[in-house]
Write a protein that binds this ligand. Structure first.
Ligand code: ASC
Length: 153
């Protein structure tokens, strides 16, 4: 029992020490992972944005729940843009991501930061603050898409 626990903990340590990309067996898996994460982010951000835009009635509890979900998810896709994951499955990720990785990383960090602010704003329940934070998050999504996401074919 004790020995197997030690073995498990050392295995966990080993896994944690591997580079982020090693979480994926193949490029296809990384692409699928990041696309899935973006789908969830878009869905849950969309629910808050719809309230901010007056498309659906404002519900402070729902806004806070969804903003918290986006905050949890925001960093996940960016663990799945490792070297060699530019192809392997249909993807709109542009080559510029890997050619200009620091710029891409900065754009990702901007989005993650704005999402954290949205989470804080949503926790206050103040619609005006939420509207402003939703606008900033939307801008950060768009900035990255403009530079790093190809048009739909
Ligand atoms: C969304 C969504 C995006 C961004 C983008 C903002 O709700 O799915 O991709 O906002 O449209 O410009």
């Amino acid at each position: 029992m004790k020995r197997s626990l030690i073995a498990l903990l050392s295995l966990a340590g080993l896994v944690a020490a591997l580079p982020a990309t090693a979480q994926f067996r193949k490029a296809e898996d990384a692409i699928e992972y990041r696309q899935s994460a973006f789908t969830l982010i878009s869905n849950h951000f969309g629910r808050v944005a719809a309230m901010a835009q007056g498309k659906v009635p404002f519900d402070a509890k729902l806004a806070a729940e969804n903003a918290a979900i986006v905050n949890t998810l925001a960093s996940l896709p960016f663990s799945a843009f490792g070297e060699g994951t530019d192809k392997g499955k249909a993807t709109r990720a542009k080559a510029e991501i890997w050619q200009e990785m620091p710029k891409f990383r900065a754009a990702a960090d901007k989005m993650i930061g704005e999402v954290a602010k949205l989470d804080s704003a949503a926790k206050t329940g103040n619609l005006e603050q939420i509207k402003s934070a939703v606008g900033a998050v939307g801008q950060s999504c768009k900035a990255c898409h403009d530079n790093f996401r190809a048009e739909r074919k």
